[in-house]
Ligand binder design. Structure first.
Ligand code: SAH
Ligand code: F3S
Length: 482
């Protein structure tokens, strides 16, 4: 079996990893077309971009040949992600030449931030380069291009959270939506490019988050995923730039809002609105968050808790801020406070100097946890990250691949095991739509984030049903409505 393809398919379905999304907004004279790659935050950012541009009369189209403006929201996390985007730019180039010579091409997101002006030298076709904190400047930049100049804004901000901008919901199912709560990351994991492309960590004003969730509920949405690179370190203290709670003044401390408090505020919006969040960091996740999850039925019992490795030596080298034992203690605490909570992870194979023994520690950690799901990657060296500057990318490609295959194989077995445990149980499932494989079936997710397929009767998208699980694969549950 081609595990990598299978996993990529699952990422498509479950987290929209490095997948393609076409999105359109329609409201007037000029037309925009936008494609998003990478993390959920990028998909969410594209909705902010659509909102900013709809304010200056841009409608959208899913016909690239008719677009005045074509945007690609890019990802830099691994080299493969950047290669995908370069290939897309070639496709745009040929469309521009053959069908749409007036088309203006803009590059947004992490790759724009990483390559800056270099993008204009490398890709002659590109007219606009805009980093993740500069989207408010888009109307000016587009004007600049209309005047015949190329336009770049890659300034990172310590304040920007686009707090009051109402995202234009693009291409979704009308039931689930992303709501960003923090931007940037201060963690500095040595392999990761995000702190450089998305800048300093800052939290968004909680009132604007609650307002956005209320609006989503009014618009018919029934699930929000609160997004941040490290949601547990969310802290509003009158401002959003990351600070430790202990360093706040007494008044700031009293008025501050932590992630646990924010979750409670959002949970109270309506019992009809489900809450998810991503991503948690093992060293920052507090018991307070777990207790709030236990208190509110509408906060889903699912935690994505990236681990990256099971070797203490490698974790230290990655600057992850926890040991294997501490990670396992977190998992224990999760199961103690939330007995039916599902846990997924991210894992990297072949980080600098990783030995067979380190790899065995990773497999051992997986055996100890039995994750419900995993997103697994080969280490990809990223320019200017601490790891790239300090160490050689010295694990051979074949070894990285072999170790990744072993990790994936184990995870597939564990996913199947965890899914089998659900057989006979009944879950509340939020219906998200018609199954891709059969129009006779609907699909939705359990609170534990497992996709369930069941026969369609007269149930409606966006409503909750109780489903009893009858069968499963490693990726999907099958059940019947009771
Ligand atoms: N905290 C973030 C992590 C973003 S990156 C979040 O919100 O998910 C997502 C995952 O990509 C990481 O957890 C890590 O497993 C993987 N990753 C990041 N940099 C990588 C690299 N250089 N090579 C391989 N995988 C990487
Ligand atoms: Fe990257 Fe680590 Fe932050 S993986 S996004 S630096 S938590």
């Amino acid at each position: 079996m081609d595990f990598e393809n299978l996993i990529e398919k699952e990422i498509d379905e479950k987290r929209q990893g490095e997948t393609l999304s076409l999105a359109t907004v329609k409201n007037g004279g000029k037309k925009m077309y936008i494609e998003s790659y990478g993390c959920q935050m990028n998909f969410s950012d594209s909705e902010i971009v659509a909102s900013i541009l709809s304010g200056v009369g841009f409608s959208t189209t899913n016909d690239i040949e008719k677009a005045d403006l074509v945007f690609v929201n890019t990802c830099s996390i691994r080299e493969k992600a950047e290669q995908t985007i370069k290939k897309r730019l070639q496709v745009y180039n040929s469309i521009k030449k053959k069908k749409n010579p007036a088309m203006v091409v803009g590059v947004l997101g992490c790759m724009a931030e990483r390559l800056k002006e270099k993008f204009l030298e490398q890709e002659k076709l590109v007219d606009i380069v805009v980093g993740p904190d500069a989207y408010r400047d888009l109307p000016n930049l587009i004007r600049q291009v209309d005047d015949g100049r190329k336009a770049v804004n890659v300034i990172l901000s310590k304040e920007e959270t686009y707090a009051e901008i109402s995202p234009v919901r693009l291409g979704g199912n009308g039931v689930t939506a992303f709501v960003s709560i923090t931007r940037g990351c201060d963690n500095m994991c040595t392999f990761c490019v995000v702190p450089f492309t998305r800048g300093r960590e800052r939290s968004r004003n909680p009132e604007s988050i609650v307002k956005e969730c209320q609006q989503l509920l009014a618009d018919g949405f029934r699930e929000v995923t609160l997004l941040g690179q490290n949601v547990d370190s969310y802290l509003w203290h009158g401002g959003g730039l990351k600070k430790e709670f202990k360093n706040l003044s007494k008044k700031e401390q009293e008025e501050s809002v932590s992630f646990a408090q924010l979750m409670e505020m959002v949970a109270k919006v309506s019992p009809e609105l489900r809450i998810r969040f991503s991503t948690s960091n093992p060293q920052d996740m507090t018991d307070g968050v777990l207790h709030i999850m236990a208190k509110y039925k509408n906060i889903c019992n699912y935690i994505h808790l990236p681990v990256q490795s099971g070797s203490n030596r490698i974790l230290k080298k990655m600057n992850r801020g926890y040991t294997k034992e501490e990670y396992l203690q977190r998992i224990e605490k999760i199961h103690e406070i939330l007995p039916d909570c599902a846990v997924s992870m991210d894992m990297i194979s072949g980080f600098c100097t990783e030995t067979e023994d380190d790899h065995k520690d990773t497999l051992d950690l997986m055996d100890k946890v039995t994750f419900d799901f995993g997103y697994m990657f080969k280490y990809s060296e990223r320019p200017n990250t601490p790891a790239q500057r300090k160490w050689k990318d010295d694990v051979k490609e074949e070894i990285k691949q072999k170790r990744l295959a072993e990790i994936i194989e184990k995870q597939m077995a564990h996913s199947l095991l965890r899914n089998k445990e659900t057989i006979g149980n009944t879950y509340e499932v939020l219906i998200e739509g018609i199954s891709k494989k059969s129009t006779e079936k609907l699909y939705g997710r359990t609170p534990q984030n497992k996709v369930v397929v069941f026969d369609k009767k007269n149930q409606k998208k966006g409503t909750y049903v109780k489903v009893q699980i009858q069968d499963c694969t490693a990726a999907t549950l099958k059940g019947k409505v009771i």
